[in-house]
Unconditional design. Structure first.
Length: 318
């Protein structure tokens, strides 16, 4: 009997061993640093997702785009549900899942309404007001310690956002800038509910139920102006489903691993990714105020990352 292993056996084994070694090494890092890494990875996924979503929203009805983006996120999760069984994804608090889905849907309605009318870099910068609302809510409603350096980093980053946003408010699309700005406190409330849910729900459960609730709640707004997508658009929606699921999983892991307020400054790195993708895909050249604001934001990001890495903490279980 031939006992030779398939030719791909050893590469797969090496990859599995490398993955285990990397995971063991990462678990030795401080919890805030690991939370920040999850946040940065999620930001990369969401930046690519936002690029696809903006392109689709310029071709189809914005609320149809919202519905199909989350429908495909749900489709991506279904094989995992079939594999592990429905009980593995049954939430402890189903009412909390629907509350989170309803709040997130409201934020998405505002966000998608403004999306086709605002460059990616400016849209991302406006969204950076969210950490201010998140830090306030985390301190007031979740009882997280609010260290002074986190406030300093958030306020410096917010000052950088103002450098980006203020020159655009009086120009073309100014009202859409305000609509986009209005979505920030709503998304902040959604993220705070997510943080509360991570205390007793698994990340996969939260991601699945967000996709399910947002899909159901977005359907009525998608139907009145429905337009059948082209094959290329269907493929793009499938990609948004994968990217969105990965992005929300990363954010949920970040919120589980570290205090939510400790991870928020890393969201400001999304401005770099958005500026690059907006220039490559849509020809949006970031203004001088955008780059100046980005420099201020990145300074705050690097500073708080170094501070959080040195802060003594009790690591949370993975």
């Amino acid at each position: 009997m031939n006992s030779r292993k398939p030719f791909f056996h050893w590469p797969l084994r090496r990859a599995a061993l490398a993955h285990r070694r990397t995971r063991r090494e990462l678990l030795t890092w401080p919890a805030p640093v690991r939370g920040m890494l999850w946040m940065v990875l999620g930001g990369v996924f969401f930046s690519i997702l936002n690029t696809l979503a903006r392109g689709l929203s310029m071709q189809l009805d914005v609320y149809e785009t919202q519905f199909l983006r989350y429908l495909f996120g749900l489709v991506v999760m279904l094989p995992l549900v079939v594999r592990h069984g429905w009980q593995a994804y049954r939430p402890v608090n189903i009412a909390g899942q629907f509350w989170r889905g309803g709040v997130h849907t409201l934020g998405l309605i505002l966000w998608f309404t403004a999306l086709p009318h605002i460059p990616l870099a400016d849209m991302t910068a406006i969204g950076f007001t969210g950490p201010i609302f998140i830090m306030l809510g985390a301190a007031w409603f979740l009882g997280e310690p609010m260290h002074r350096d986190r406030w300093v980093a958030a306020l410096i980053g917010f000052a950088g956002v103002l450098v980006v946003v203020l020159p655009k408010l009086s120009g073309e699309g100014g009202w859409y800038n305000l609509i986009m700005l209005a979505s920030s406190p709503v998304f902040a409330a959604s993220f705070l509910i997510t943080k509360a849910l991570t205390r007793y729900e698994k990340a996969g459960v939260i991601v699945l139920w967000q996709a399910l609730t947002v899909t159901v709640l977005s359907l009525p707004m998608a139907l009145p102006h429905w337009q059948t997508p082209t094959p290329v658009q269907w493929l793009a929606f499938a990609m948004t489903g994968v990217l969105g699921t990965l992005g929300h999983y990363c954010l949920t892991r970040a919120f589980h691993t570290a205090d939510i307020s400790a991870t928020q400054s890393l969201r400001f790195l999304d401005l770099v990714w958005a500026s690059l993708l907006g220039w490559l895909i849509f020809g949006d050249v970031p203004s001088q105020s955008t780059w100046l604001g980005a420099a201020v934001i990145l300074s705050a990001t690097v500073w708080i990352a170094r501070r959080e890495g040195r802060r003594p903490v009790v690591p949370l279980p993975e």
